[in-house]
Design a protein around this ligand. Structure first.
Ligand SMILES: C[S@@+](CC[C@H](N)C(=O)[O-])C[C@H]1O[C@@H](n2cnc3c(N)ncnc32)[C@H](O)[C@@H]1O
Length: 214
């Protein structure tokens, strides 16, 4: 990652807010979504954009190691702290989705949760994740996406420019399921549901599922 690219992925103010918001979201049901996201995983797992490590406590015992990549310095420091008490070994690395600091075909599975909304170049990130998965490897995803309700989708389109600036690059109007299919992944399991991440937020469309590497 170039120093300029690295700087673009630093959002210290959002990171400090997210440390608090994510705890509330998990209390409201996010923790259950993380359980469903990670159930049945085993072997070597790569987590992309791990934040402060809210998934770490949910990895099944059959996971041998998690390599957690996180570009934001504030969140990565928190992830290192969380990793110290995780039930499976977790190694935290700096890096970003479109340029992962790992070898080809190294991982049985990759995990993205609430990340593809923020990644600048989603096709590049999905291609890079495919590079590091073994043949047949799985991408597990948990994301909020554009609403299928026309009026809510249009509202999400309208607020996206401002929201991006306030929320660490997050776009509320991404069609991540379509992006996975366009990148050649086969979606083998998907749950679609409405969920309000905080008491102040509306219920918005989320997806949890599994896709197999192209
Ligand atoms: C809303 S937080 C979610 C954190 C965590 N995955 C979770 O489930 O709580 C979005 C995360 O995406 C990360 N992120 C943003 N752009 C990224 C990129 N290009 N590559 C990797 N991670 C990225 C942020 O640094 C942040 O950790």
């Amino acid at each position: 990652m170039t120093p300029a690219g690295r700087d673009q992925l630093q959002h210290p103010r959002f990171a400090r807010q997210y440390l608090r918001i994510a705890a509330e979201t998990d209390r409201r049901g996010g923790a259950d979504h993380r359980e469903r996201l990670l159930a049945g995983l085993s072997g070597q797992v790569l987590e992309v954009g791990a934040g402060q490590g809210r998934n770490f406590g949910h990895y099944p015992d059959a996971v041998g190691e998690v390599v957690a990549v996180e570009p934001d310095d504030t969140l990565r420091a928190a992830a290192e702290h969380t990793a110290a008490t995780a039930p499976v070994p977790v190694t935290v690395l700096p890096g970003e989705a479109a340029e992962l600091p790992v070898e080809d075909g190294e991982f049985d599975a990759a995990v993205v949760s609430l990340v593809l909304c923020s990644v600048t170049d989603v096709p590049a990130a999905l291609a890079e994740i495919a590079r590091v998965l073994r043949p047949g490897g799985e991408l597990r995803f948990y994301e909020h996406v554009r609403s299928p309700r026309p009026w809510l989708g249009l509202l999400e389109d309208a607020i996206t420019p401002l929201w991006r600036r306030a929320a660490g690059g997050c776009r509320p109007n991404r069609d991540t399921e379509a992006a996975l299919r366009a990148a050649g992944y086969t979606v083998t399991r998907i749950e679609r549901f409405e969920f309000a991440p905080s008491s102040l937020a509306p219920r918005v469309r989320h997806i949890v599922g599994t896709a197999v590497r192209p």
